[in-house]
Design a protein around this ligand. Structure first.
Ligand SMILES: Nc1ncnc2c1ncn2[C@@H]1O[C@H](COP(=O)(O)OP(=O)(O)OP(=O)(O)O)[C@@H](O)[C@H]1O
Ligand SMILES: [Mg+2]
Length: 205
């Protein structure tokens, strides 16, 4: 299992946000987490990212407990962060660097990639998400959707294919990103006017 959660309870100051929750997420699956406002979706994602720890029960990533003890082990935490990224619901809570470029370069810098690798990979990720032209802009001065793209870029930049990147053709890495963000991009052919239709929804740009 990629993630499994067993009888997990999490409380904010005594109020249970997750109550005796159990679930499993298999490897290579794409899962949508649905529920009413306040039902605990973001709390669960924070537990799965090791930002919150349950009062009882257990959450595991590939069979290993997401415990405070494990996260206190730098090597373990480093390997986990290399594999699991969380895009925050509110990008303002995630973006804190002076420019979009710095924001997306932050995690690779923590991972001590070479400067040349960071520059290439950050620009590749920004261009892929069609925000390359915003690289020098402070994240606070972006639209809501652009902020979301920057938050997404700052997680996708660490894609797990990176370790093989020296040998992987660019097309493979792009296919990987495509699988992850699944139709986020709007085909060029549909960008004819300021208002257009895609899949039944009206989009304004
Ligand atoms: N920092 C916090 N302190 C106290 N209670 C909180 C905090 N964050 C969330 N809660 C409460 O925990 C419960 C679950 O919140 P959570 O943010 O996980 O819901 P959600 O399913 O992500 O909701 P939404 O659809 O609105 O994003 C709610 O009752 C909420 O009021
Ligand atoms: Mg939420």
């Amino acid at each position: 299992m990629l993630f499994d959660v067993d009888q997990l309870t999490f409380r904010y100051e005594g109020n249970a946000a997750l109550n005796n929750l159990s679930l499993s997420i298999p490897e290579a699956s794409r899962v949508a987490l649905l529920g009413a406002n306040g039902s605990g979706k973001s709390t669960l994602l924070r537990v799965l990212d090791g930002l919150h720890f349950g009062a009882s029960g257990v959450a595991r990533f590939r069979g290993e407990d997401l415990s405070e003890e494990h996260f206190a082990d730098d090597q373990w935490a480093f390997a986990f962060r290399r594999q699991v990224g969380l895009v925050f619901q509110n990008p303002d809570a995630q973006l804190f660097n002076p420019t979009v470029f710095d924001e997306v370069a932050f995690s690779p810098l923590q991972m001590r990639w070479s400067k040349a690798d960071i520059k290439e990979r950050v620009m590749e990720t920004l261009d892929f998400l069609q925000i390359g032209h915003l690289k020098d802009r402070p994240p606070q001065r972006l639209s809501g959707g652009e902020k979301k793209r920057v938050a997404l870029a700052s997680v996708l930049v660490l894609d797990p294919a990176h370790d093989q990147r020296a040998h992987a053709p660019i097309a493979n890495r792009k296919r990987f990103l495509h699988r992850v963000i699944c139709r986020l991009q709007i085909p060029q052919s549909q960008r004819a006017g300021p208002v257009y239709r895609t899949g039944g929804a009206v989009c304004i740009r």
